[in-house]
Design a protein. Sequence first.
Length: 250
Amino acid sequence: MRGLLPSPADEVDPISAYAVPTGAGDDRPFVRCNMISTLDGAITMNGRSGMLGGAADGRIFQILRSHADVILVGAGTVRAEAYGPVRLSDELRQRRERQGLSPVPPVAVVTRSGNLDWSSPFFTEAEERPLVLTTSDCDAGEQQRGERVADFVVAGDERVDPQRVLDHFQSVGYRSVLLEGGPGLNAEVVHVGLLDELCLTLSPRLVAGHGPRVLAGPELLHPLDLDIVHLLEDGGFLFCRLAVRSNLRA
């Protein structure tokens, strides 16, 4: 993997390149979003992102997960992408353990309805018990079934409130959050000013169609400015690490 910005480099260590900034998470959990997009702006093909990536993208996906205290994802993404339990390489697991972390991070799923497959490997084979972030009007039957394999946290009344989600994460000691979508959840986090970084993989592919973008929902009142932390390249894929300007940390 070579570096293009901020300075050219023939070989870059991606684990170090994606380290959480010093001081991040001191006042509230640091939120980093990881997404992939084609050159024409699609984040999925046939409803899934898998066809857009490659080996290098898969490596960055694992590295970003290894840096997180918790992974945050919407229920729609869990269903569409057929999420399984978190798996990390021995190298990444050992690195986390040296830092006093669990070998893999838990996954927190945002759902109002609780409509999830509680018998899927995502729940039954999880090394770290998943969290389900839901509302006070979540279906009682679904919650009763889900509590066998996951911990439930009420984070809103009619909708899950991203601020209450982060408040909960902070209360249990999570300082670094990896947001993996979908676009609606991404937009909610952006709208309330809680996004710190976007890690965007640009796939050298075109797919056309009318699929979703990185953010979905109402247009922002003003464009959100981001600054380039780095730009890496491997196999034609561009790996952009971008910091939200208003949320830059020292």
